[in-house]
Design a protein around this ligand. Structure first.
Ligand SMILES: [Mg+2]
Length: 395
């Protein structure tokens, strides 16, 4: 593909879709992911039982589609919904249309710097990530190669997974290497809540035996003192890591927590962090042992490559948050990403279903806790035509 024959990007389109998909919090009632999970809103009793009560599912899924002059279409999904679609159509599209499909670095830089006056993190970075992932999918399709080839090639034959969900005991039977539980009780639920948190962990340890990894995901819900007491109490139960214990802006608290936890227990965070600058803060301040960027939120693959290099130089692992194929194509190419996360999206966490169900076709799932990333162009998935897309904005 010489410069003169490189396809040019003709059009960027942004769609929304409801009900599961990339917005995996957008689930029907009775799902483990919305059953009394500790959050920063748990101090308000009326918002304690269900995260949807405070609007966890307000965004919905954002689908970005990018069409090139040779007819190739790349796409990607993330969370962002209507507001993300507006940002893509009304602002970011101008930096993409008319560009060569190869020039992703320049397009990323223009999207980020062009939105810096109101962007930097949050929904703008979700939108930039969605566009970036669609660009990588498009480039892979134009070249007829999987994204992991474009990233330098695989460093291992297959991925191994831990499972996130309410039933680590079942995850063990399904062949996963570990299970990560959502923490249920927040500091506002007092000593009884702390005892219940430790009792649930003890029950799971009893069920899975001594060697299976068990982790607690605290979803920004704790303070340093509570997180320290939880970690100390969980030491004899073999807690492997304590995840996202504090609000993402409390870098100082994370640094203190990392000094406080028992030797050998890992502190992890980063799913609500964005860009190389945010992750630089976590690394420079010694906040954690494992970075957990979400490739659909942190700035896309283009930014994740930079975050990963920075982490490698700090002896930190990068184990991306969820994100299905968008993570898999990256993880398989990195030495400092030795395993991957799988979100158990079955309502009772009792079977393996595709993470972004029902939005993608050909979405691979681990079998016996393992997965060989399919060798198909781009990210190797298709949009399910049965999912009703709407295009709320145009340009
Ligand atoms: Mg998490």
């Amino acid at each position: 593909m010489s410069a003169s024959t490189t396809p040019i990007i003709r059009q960027v389109r942004a769609f929304t879709v409801r009900g599961g998909g990339a917005d995996y919090h957008d689930q029907a009632g009775g799902h483990w992911i919305d059953d009394h999970i500790a959050t920063p809103m748990s101090k308000y009793p009326e918002y304690r039982q269900s995260r949807q009560t405070f609007g966890l599912n307000v965004l919905g899924t954002l689908v970005v589609e990018i069409e090139a002059s040779d007819g190739s279409i790349g796409f990607a999904v993330t969370t962002g919904g209507d507001i993300g679609a507006w940002i893509v159509e009304k602002h970011l599209a101008r930096f993409i249309e008319g560009q060569r499909v190869t020039d992703i670095e320049k397009m990323w830089d223009q999207m980020f710097n062009g939105s810096l006056f109101y962007g930097r993190k949050g929904i703008v970075l979700n939108a930039i990530s969605g566009v970036d992932l669609a660009l990588w999918d498009l480039l892979g399709k134009v070249r007829g190669e999987p994204v992991f080839h474009l990233l330098g090639g695989p460093v291992r034959d297959e991925l191994q997974f831990y499972a996130t969900g309410a039933r680590p005991d079942l995850a063990k039977q399904m062949g996963f290497i570990g299970g990560k539980l959502p923490l249920r009780h927040a500091p506002a639920e007092g000593e009884e809540g702390l005892r219940k948190n430790l009792a649930l962990l003890a029950d799971m340890r009893e069920r899975v035996g001594p060697d299976f990894w068990l982790m607690y995901d605290c979803w920004m819900s704790l303070d340093v003192n509570y997180a320290t007491r939880l970690a100390l109490g969980a030491q004899e139960l073999g807690l492997k890591w304590i995840e996202e214990a504090l609000p993402p802006d409390d870098y100082w608290g994370y640094a203190e927590l990392r000094r406080n936890v028992p030797k050998g227990m890992l502190v992890t965070t980063g799913e609500h962090e964005a860009t190389r600058w945010g992750f630089r803060m976590l690394l420079d301040m010694g906040c954690c042992d494992i970075l957990q960027p979400d490739v659909g939120w942190c700035g896309g693959i283009t930014e994740l490559v930079k975050i990963s290099a920075l982490a490698d130089a700090h002896n930190a692992l990068v184990v991306p948050h969820g994100s299905s194929v968008y993570s898999y194509h990256f993880v398989v190419t990195r030495h400092n990403s030795p395993f991957a996360e799988f979100l158990m999206m079955a309502p009772k966490a009792d079977e393996v279903v595709p993470m972004f169900n029902p939005l993608l076709l050909d979405e691979p799932v681990p079998v016996n806790g393992r997965l060989k990333v399919p060798d198909r162009p781009g990210f190797g998935v298709r949009l399910n035509p049965d999912c009703a897309l709407s295009r709320p904005h145009t340009h």
